[in-house]
Design a protein. Structure first.
Length: 309
């Protein structure tokens, strides 16, 4: 049996991540010739080219694209195994790349990260906040919080609970345009929409009736927080999670509409790439799961600001 060329696979993964033979060499602390020879060696073993090379960049071939994920997993498993052997199963040291939605990340993840770092001074966290869907494996993310349906079957995931959304408008808007009594009435209103979740708004009454409303209006944004100024200014109706508009619902700046017609709940998930996880990642996962174990509590607009925090 011919053993796999693990060094070549690891170097291949580095070239994929850094999109350059030179950058991969600098990251690995070797010369460019070593990187080139390792990739050529792997291509010879596999019998196919892995990169299209130009004077300015390297691009994965069609054959190389599916192998990139395998290479990342091989490298991640090797790094985790060495860390476990070197530091021991309970050593909490090293860096963790964390990704979370923007608003939820600022309001709830960032404070928890600060607490975790205070308890574990040898850990460093690189926190990425964005409402855009990220490639967890491709972007080398160790831990991701995601709100919504999951389609990444290769990821390891844990559902923490449900995130509730609320239909809301400013009192001034309702005075000017009237208050919808039924979801179908929204067709006559100006709807402010979240473009990262396109499509109609769906409602289900406790009695079983279901309604689908086409969502369109004067403003669409890929950040829920970006809709709030227009919402408060009385420019329309929006459907947003309680962790964004909870304080405004509490204060009366916004009014909840159609409370008897809740939108389908979406899940709050903790995700990690496949493969072995270092002890520091396991510790952070347990910490986040403990403190976010009841996301419904975070989203209840009737909670006090202290409870929401």
């Amino acid at each position: 049996m011919n053993l796999p060329d693990l060094e070549a696979w690891a170097i291949f993964a580095a070239v994929v991540e850094h999109r350059s033979f030179s950058a991969a060499a600098a990251h690995l602390g070797v010369n460019k010739a070593t990187v080139s020879k390792a990739v050529a060696r792997l291509e010879a073993r596999l019998g196919q080219s892995l990169f299209h090379r130009t004077s300015r960049r390297v691009v994965l071939t069609e054959a190389g694209k599916p192998l990139a994920d395998h290479a990342r997993r091989i490298l991640a498993d090797a790094v985790a195994a060495e860390e476990a052997a070197r530091d021991g199963a309970h050593a909490l040291a090293g860096s963790i790349r964390v990704a979370a939605p923007l608003g939820f990340g600022i309001g709830h993840v960032a404070p928890l990260v600060a607490r975790f770092l205070a308890d574990h001074p040898d850990v460093a966290i690189d926190l990425h906040l964005s409402d855009a869907r990220i490639d967890i494996v491709g972007d080398s993310i160790d831990v991701a919080l995601r709100i919504g349906d999951l389609a990444d079957s290769s990821l390891r995931g844990r559902r923490l609970g449900d995130v509730r959304t609320h239909i809301a408008a400013a009192p001034a808007y309702l005075v000017a345009h009237g208050t919808p009594a039924h979801p179908a009435d929204l067709a006559q209103h100006r709807l402010l929409t979240y473009s990262n979740a396109p499509g109609p708004w769906r409602f289900r009454h406790a009695g079983g009736e279901q309604v689908i409303v086409a969502a369109a209006g004067p403003l669409a944004a890929n950040s829920g927080e970006a809709l709030v100024p227009a919402l408060l200014a009385g420019l329309g109706v929006a459907r947003l999670p309680g962790f964004i508009i909870g304080p405004d619902l509490n204060s009366g700046a916004l009014v909840e509409l159609l409370a008897d017609w809740p939108a389908p709940a979406v899940g709050l998930h903790l995700l990690t790439p496949p493969g072995r996880r270092p002890a520091r990642v396991e510790a952070l996962l347990a910490f986040l799961a403990e403190h976010l174990r009841d996301p419904c509590e975070l989203n209840n607009p009737r909670d006090s600001p202290e409870k929401l925090a």
